[in-house]
Design a binder for this molecule. Structure first.
Ligand SMILES: Cc1cc2nc3c(=O)[nH]c(=O)nc-3n(C[C@H](O)[C@H](O)[C@H](O)COP(=O)(O)O)c2cc1C
Length: 183
């Protein structure tokens, strides 16, 4: 007989306490070992056919690449993202090189899972991530020039949060998740 789920166990604290800060400690630096750990978590994510269709352009705040990507932030993200210890540009392998054949139908989906792993690993290290799309995709793509078939999807600011987790974050209910969009 299958064991019953223990409904008295709440959502795991690592998941329940994660949040996306808008204020980072501008003095906090991450080490190269920290970066390796974050990427190590990212690479263990599941993916369709184990295709692992993700890549990360990583720039620590003290590195020249940081200045390079900061230039493309939108006015909104430029207010908070530069103070994070790390900026990461995420990329998905959508197409086979120089063709319109999908490399994977799940490239963006799998990238998202990999980013979720990275995000939770960061939280376990007392860091926090804010993923964002508030940047100039076209000019950033021109500058970073991803390999054929690869596309920039998002950015992630990673750092030590300089604000507490908001107490009342808005989420749809579990009932809502089970009822919505089908006949
Ligand atoms: C793909 C993606 C794009 C996002 N884009 C932005 C953005 O451009 N600017 C921003 O301030 N936050 C952005 N966010 C952060 C979300 O607003 C945030 O995750 C959401 O409000 C839920 O809050 P929480 O992560 O603290 O639970 C983005 C998040 C994701 C996953």
């Amino acid at each position: 007989m299958r064991p019953r789920l223990n409904r008295t166990v709440p959502v795991h604290p690592l998941l329940a306490s994660r949040f996306s800060p808008l204020m980072f400690d501008p003095a906090w630096t991450v080490t190269e070992e920290d970066v390796e750990l974050l990427l190590d978590a990212a690479r263990w994510a599941p993916s369709a056919g184990n295709s692992q269709p993700w890549a990360y352009f990583v720039a620590r705040r003290d590195e020249p690449d940081h200045k390079r990507v900061v230039r493309y932030l939108a006015r909104s993200s430029a207010r908070w993202a530069p103070s994070a210890s790390l900026l990461i540009v995420t990329m998905a392998h959508r197409y086979v090189e120089d063709t319109d054949w999908a490399y994977s139908d799940f490239a963006d989906y799998d990238l998202g899972q990999s980013v979720a792993h990275l995000t939770l690993q960061a939280h376990a290290m007392d860091l926090a991530c804010r993923q964002f799309r508030a940047f100039d995709l076209e000019t950033l793509t021109t500058d970073l020039h991803p390999s054929p078939g690869w596309h920039i999807v998002s950015m992630i600011a990673v750092g030590r949060p300089a604000e507490p987790r908001p107490p009342d974050r808005d989420r749809r209910t579990t009932t809502d998740l089970r009822t919505a969009p089908w006949d």
